[in-house]
Design a protein around this ligand. Structure first.
Ligand SMILES: Cc1ncc(COP(=O)(O)O)c(C=O)c1O
Length: 431
């Protein structure tokens, strides 16, 4: 994969990487490493491409768990997305980013009364309930505030989507309510006075690799919704989840979305209740919108050879970008200090943690003359990078986040010095 395959806005001029015309080396020299740098134009391009290829009936809600930085949330909501949140913290971030609460849905397991209370106070579009117990708690909290809260029922369907990386539907799951139990749950839930059942939510998997998977998920959601609409209540919203995948390597396909609009429109015609009810269809992609906008940059601290393998040891690693260590596959990785280099050899790029899982990649073709102080860039790091980090292991400083926007760079989260985290700890006086 070439850097320019990841985004049209990524260019190499005089051997230096640029995001939308802004030189990345200059930024790194100012902010230091490790850092995540995001390109706002790329986010815009991804959103526009998806928006243009989905029918207008589908609202796009950004699953902010993929990248919860409020600048990213602000950019996407300004472009026209809503937001899918999964915690009180994410609700607070939405407030700070000025998101219209009517374009927020709140999903995810283990919602506390405090989470529910905040969602109700903000007046969000719907809470996606994960269990009958949670429905009862939403009702109780809403009753204490003398309001009626809109609820979407998260259903664990019988189906699994073909070609997903991680399946979240089918079988026994901690998410949602099993589809075969839903009739009974609805009957009981309808007796509650402070909730309104308004829709369903299904999130069957992440990393959907082709539009067959997307369409079959949508059709299954429509079938479930029709059944509920016929039997129980007017279905006013169907949240079809997120999960659209992106290629992390040459061997992974790009999700083809051209032609999807017509196919979805044809599907809607088979389910006239959608038009009759003016049902709001919500898709909640995370990775698809933001993965490709970001690069994670670390600096080589050490170069070594051990029993037949060459290593570059960098000042970041799995504490900030967990995915390569977690699933054992690398992301597009380049030596940003030697982009014009023509001879490569294989390196393992190891991080700064005292664990053997801490690699940004193994057997990566990198310039033969890679050396200490070079900047190593791991691409497609805009989703589930910073957000999935486990920053406290080994007490290193926490990477900064930078947004390239409108010809300039903005530090949207400074490096968090671990000293701050040590300073808030305390030792019992008599220890
Ligand atoms: C409920 C829900 N919606 C949306 C998403 C976003 O998924 P993706 O980033 O794969 O689009 C997730 C991811 O875990 C999720 O749990």
């Amino acid at each position: 994969m070439k850097i320019s395959d990841i985004s049209n806005n990524f260019t190499i001029e005089n051997g230096k990487l640029h995001f939308s015309g802004v030189e990345i080396d200059n930024i790194v020299q100012k902010v230091g490493t490790p850092t995540f740098i995001y390109d706002a134009e790329t986010i815009k391009d991804r959103y526009r491409y998806l928006r243009d290829n989905l029918p207008k009936e589908i609202d796009i809600f950004f699953a902010m768990k993929a990248n919860p930085n409020i600048a990213i949330v602000k950019q996407l909501t300004s472009l026209g997305t809503g937001v899918e949140v999964a915690s009180e913290g994410e609700l607070y971030a939405c407030q700070k980013a000025g998101v219209n609460p009517k374009n927020i849905v709140f999903g995810g397991p283990a919602k506390t009364d405090s989470d529910i209370s905040k969602a109700i106070d903000m007046g969000i579009y719907a809470i996606n309930a994960e269990s009958f117990g949670e429905i009862k708690r939403i009702d109780r909290v809403a009753k204490s505030k003398n309001v009626i809260m809109d609820v979407e029922l998260r259903i664990n369907p019988e189906f699994e989507i073909d070609g997903v990386a991680v399946s979240l539907g089918g079988g026994s799951k901690k998410f949602g309510m099993d589809s075969e139990t839903i009739d009974g749950i609805i009957v009981e839930a309808k007796k509650l006075k402070n909730i309104k059942l308004q829709g369903i939510h299904v999130f069957a998997g992440t990393g959907i690799q082709n539009n067959i998977g997307f369409l079959s998920n949508l059709e299954n959601c429509l079938k479930l919704a029709k059944d509920i609409n016929d039997k129980h209540f007017k279905v006013e919203s169907i949240d079809i989840g997120g999960g659209i995948g992106i290629p992390y390597g040459d061997d992974e396909p790009e999700f083809v979305i051209e032609g999807l609009k017509e196919k979805i429109e044809a599907l809607f015609k088979k389910y006239p209740f959608v038009k009759e009810n003016k049902t709001r269809i919500i898709a909640e992609p995370g990775r698809y919108l933001v993965a490709q906008c970001g690069v994670y940059i670390t600096q080589v601290v050490d170069k070594k050879h051990s029993r037949g393998r060459d290593y570059l040891i960098v000042d970041g690693g799995a504490q900030h970008l967990l995915r390569p260590a977690l699933i054992g596959t690398s992301q597009p990785t380049f030596n940003l200090s030697k982009l014009n280099s023509t001879t490569n050899k294989k390196f393992d790029v190891g991080g700064s943690l005292c664990t053997s899982i801490d690699f940004l990649g193994k057997d990566l073709p990198l310039p033969t003359d890679s050396e200490q102080d070079d900047y190593i860039g791991v691409f497609c790091a805009g989703a589930y990078g910073y957000a999935e980090s486990m920053p406290f292991f080994l007490s290193h400083d926490i990477a900064s986040e930078v947004l390239v926007y409108s010809g300039k760079h903005h530090i949207i989260r400074p490096m968090i010095k671990i000293k701050q985290m040590v300073d808030i700890q305390s030792i019992p006086e008599d220890l």
